[in-house]
Design a protein around this ligand. Structure first.
Ligand code: 13P
Ligand code: SF4
Length: 319
């Protein structure tokens, strides 16, 4: 690529030329979030993809998110900056193994977190996201199989006072927070409220005043009268929090090691340069085999139907 190109100008030009919309998750680099037409959590991104009038969806997130858009809108061309932007939860639950495992639990309703492959979605009865899981599970009687996030499952079990059969997957990012360091931080900042994503372990969640999806956490920071927060999720969300609530103090929750482990390595595979190339070349294209897509769509449609009344007002989105 010509090094003299202004990538932001070029992305805006290509977006028009290719009749494309850019959808981005909150964990993307701030430059990508600023160029996106819509930034949201997994449920909002799935919904927004179905409303796109453009022919091309350029999805700046991870594979399962773009795949969800393709499943819901097969007539669109869905392109991604990097096809290898995966997710530890999705990668830790391969569809063939999941299918075998499910044989042990006949008669169970299979509820899968959206952070899974199209193959796993196709084996599921209903999909949930962090913002819709509680609402959906309240509508589903036991017995339930829940996959693939054991931390989200544990949080839901506690909230709903129920027990599920759980696939033991975890998110590499949300498992890195240290309870000991968090307590130290809380002691040094007694004015700050701890807020956390439900993919965190119980040892972190037990200190949180609010547990919510990325959008839910953003909404809370924006609307709460509190002025300081310790934020236990991927650090990319801080960009929109700073924009939506300038002046508030946001402290990232500390990882166990001295590292940037609260940064999702998969999300961060996407760069402005790769986004430019994917808009220019309309590649790599995301495809889902039709038989898998049709089955997976049923489970996602069920989520969209069961959450139709759930009003989520995105903060920091432009459309
Ligand atoms: P949200 O749906 O809350 O944005 O979560 C997506 C995700 O991958 C969190 O790690
Ligand atoms: Fe997957 Fe965790 Fe990255 Fe979210 S933060 S995309 S759950 S690896």
């Amino acid at each position: 690529m010509d090094e003299r190109l202004d990538l932001e100008v070029e992305i805006r030009r290509l977006k028009k030329e290719q009749n494309a919309v850019i959808l981005a998750h909150y964990y993307q680099e701030s430059e990508i979030q600023d160029l996106a037409d819509f930034v949201g959590d997994s449920l909002e991104l799935a919904r927004r993809g179905t409303q796109a009038t453009e022919q091309v969806i350029a999805f700046a997130g991870v594979h399962f998110m773009a795949e969800t858009s393709k499943i819901l809108t097969p007539e669109k061309t869905v392109v991604v900056p990097d096809l290898d932007a995966g997710c530890s939860l999705a990668d830790g639950c391969p569809a063939p193994l999941f299918e075998e495992w499910l044989k042990k639990y006949p008669g169970h309703t299979v509820v899968s977190y959206i952070n899974c492959s199209a193959g796993v979605k196709a084996l599921s009865d209903v999909i949930v996201t962090s913002s819709s899981a509680e609402v959906i599970l309240r509508q589903i009687p036991d017995p339930v199989v829940f996959a693939p996030d054991r931390n989200l499952a544990a949080w839901l079990e506690k909230k709903l006072n129920r027990k599920f059969v759980v696939w033991p997957g975890t998110c590499v990012v949300h498992e890195t927070f240290s309870e000991k360091k968090l307590i130290d931080l809380m002691t040094r900042h007694p004015e700050a409220e701890v807020i956390a994503h439900p993919e965190c372990e119980e040892a972190i969640l037990r200190h949180a005043a609010v547990v919510a999806s990325t959008s839910g956490l953003l909404r809370h920071v924006t609307t709460s009268p509190r002025q300081a927060f310790i934020v236990a999720t991927e650090e990319g969300i801080l960009h929109q929090m700073h924009r939506a609530a300038p002046g508030k103090t946001l402290i990232p929750a500390p990882p166990v090691a001295d590292c940037s482990c609260n940064t999702c390595p998969h999300m961060k595979r996407n760069t402005l340069e790769k986004l430019t190339l994917c808009l220019r070349d309309l590649a790599p294209v995301l495809e889902v085999p039709e038989a898998v897509r049709v089955k997976a769509k049923k489970a996602i449609d069920r989520m969209l139907e069961m959450t139709a009344g759930l009003v989520l007002t995105p903060v920091g989105s432009r459309s």
